[in-house]
Design a protein around this ligand. Structure first.
Ligand code: MG
Length: 473
């Protein structure tokens, strides 16, 4: 009895002694992951953009670290998003290409997303924007760890106004939670809506550690800007859209500042793949890289990437070492003290790179298109295997009105080695001069094939898993 009384008094004393809970916990920073769609390597001012300005994104780069050799493993929407959110090569997850309204599969609910990982560690999780990992309810963000969701289930061109496939697609639903709340007639306000929903989420969760995944539908075609930006860039619709996405980043930073959260929030900004070149003036800037979206050449797989966390990440660093979107999940696990997924993942913690340090290279990165292993990269070295890829025939007259020209398929007949340090445009095969490097990269490719398979050489991997399938067909 006495001891009960005593602990009661201690509890009361403790109650009055308690300091107000800190607004933020430095061990659990807020995470804002902004993923642009089809935004090219050269599209930000800090990466050399011309024709439009991106002052907010340039400030973000000046306040943090900017990567010059940052990759997606698969240069297409669905696969790239799967890799980002799970830290795993998408072909290991049986997710390829870009799912549309006819898909009967999606990201397997057995896989662990960044949202699920952080939620298990006490985070509030929200997603705004393009999902593209299965549009059936059982694959939507709410079933993959997100407390809230507002956005499009797949690409913004998968609608009845598609320039090449008129009336193939049904009306494009705007989803909140798991319900369609509207069908889009146009998309002028889409980027603004995403921005306001993001600000609302931040405001609502300012007292909790939160994870916001903002996956812009733009600058993927069709390009629609709001009145604020239409006609504002020198370049046209693409530049207007870039300015609006830049504005969106600025609004988010302004909100963080206003709420006193700036120094407790890590912002990551990157893109799902390179420019959709057949759209001409409605595509982004290659910045000297070869080809674009849908290929494993640098123009398809290399994307801008900025990590900023004022007071934590040194400001204004440029990181030239290679990293990939699959590294985001394990890096976030490390800095938040979260438990890694139980199933095997492929990414690794790149926190030292984010802090601007030089580190020992990780073994290699693999680049697949469907299940074809098309390239491997080790540091500055890239080995490209014989494969068929799409390109625009020389001399084609490009358009600037949202109508694409036709690609043709061409075959790379023999493997080529490139020194990306000297030749990021992949113009000169240096295989003959570098037999040791070549042998090393062939060894890495064999490891990837044994693990994940390769349709080009007919290898079946032992480490692949299954996509999720809808329960009733
Ligand atoms: Mg894309």
């Amino acid at each position: 009895m006495a001891s009960h009384f005593f602990s009661f008094i201690l509890a009361i004393l403790g109650f009055f002694n308690q300091e107000p809970p800190p607004k933020s916990n430095p061990n659990k920073p807020n995470i804002i992951l902004i993923f642009a769609d089809d935004m090219a390597f050269g599209d930000l001012g800090s990466y050399g953009a011309k024709g439009w300005k991106t002052p907010n994104l340039d400030q973000l780069a000046a306040d943090g670290v900017r990567f010059t050799q940052f990759y997606v493993p698969h240069a297409v929407c669905t696969a790239s998003r799967a890799a980002l959110l799970t830290g795993t090569y998408a072909n290991r997850l049986e997710l390829y290409g870009a799912l549309d309204h006819t898909a009967k599969h999606g990201l397997n609910p057995e896989e662990t997303t960044i949202a699920e990982m952080l939620k298990a560690n006490g985070y509030q999780t929200g997603m705004v924007g393009k999902w593209h990992l299965g549009h059936h309810a059982e694959f939507l963000p709410a079933r993959q760890g997100f407390d809230s969701y507002f956005g499009l289930p797949y690409s913004n061109d998968m609608w009845p106004n598609h320039p090449e496939s008129k009336n193939y697609y049904p009306p494009l639903p705007l989803i909140e939670g798991e319900k369609a709340i509207a069908y889009l007639e146009d998309q002028q306000e889409l980027t603004s809506w995403y921005t306001y929903k993001s600000l609302e989420f931040i405001e609502k969760n300012q007292e909790n550690p939160f994870f916001l995944y903002l996956a812009h539908s733009m600058p993927h075609v069709p390009l629609y800007s709001s009145d604020k930006f239409r006609g504002k860039s020198e370049q046209g619709a693409y530049g207007d859209m870039m300015m609006e996405i830049d504005w969106s980043v600025g609004e988010i930073r302004k909100k963080l500042k206003e709420l006193g959260l700036e120094e407790n929030t890590l912002i990551i900004f990157t893109s799902d793949n390179g420019p959709w070149l057949s759209y001409g003036g409605h595509a982004g800037l290659q910045a000297g890289l070869r080809e674009g979206k849908g290929t494993s050449w640098e123009g398809g797989i290399r994307v801008p990437a900025i990590f900023a966390w004022p007071g934590k990440i040194p400001a204004g660093k440029v990181q030239d070492q290679a990293a990939m979107t699959i590294d985001v999940l394990p890096t976030l696990a490390k800095i938040t003290g979260s438990k890694l997924p139980e199933l095997k993942i492929d990414g690794s913690d790149i926190w030292p790179l984010v802090m601007g340090e030089k580190v020992t290279l990780k073994p290699y990165f693999a680049y697949y298109n469907t299940n074809e292993l098309q390239a491997v990269i080790y540091g500055k070295w890239k080995l490209v295997f014989p494969h068929t890829y799409r390109t625009i025939p020389p001399g084609t007259e490009m358009r600037n009105d949202g109508i694409p020209v036709k690609y043709v398929n061409v075959k790379l007949e023999k493997a080529q080695l490139f020194d990306l340090g000297k030749d990021s445009g992949e113009t000169t095969d240096v295989a003959a001069q570098n037999p040791e490097i070549l042998a090393q990269l062939y060894g890495f490719a064999d490891q990837a094939r044994a693990d994940m398979g390769d349709a080009l050489t007919g290898k079946v991997g032992t480490g692949n898993r299954k996509a999720g399938r809808i329960s009733q067909e």
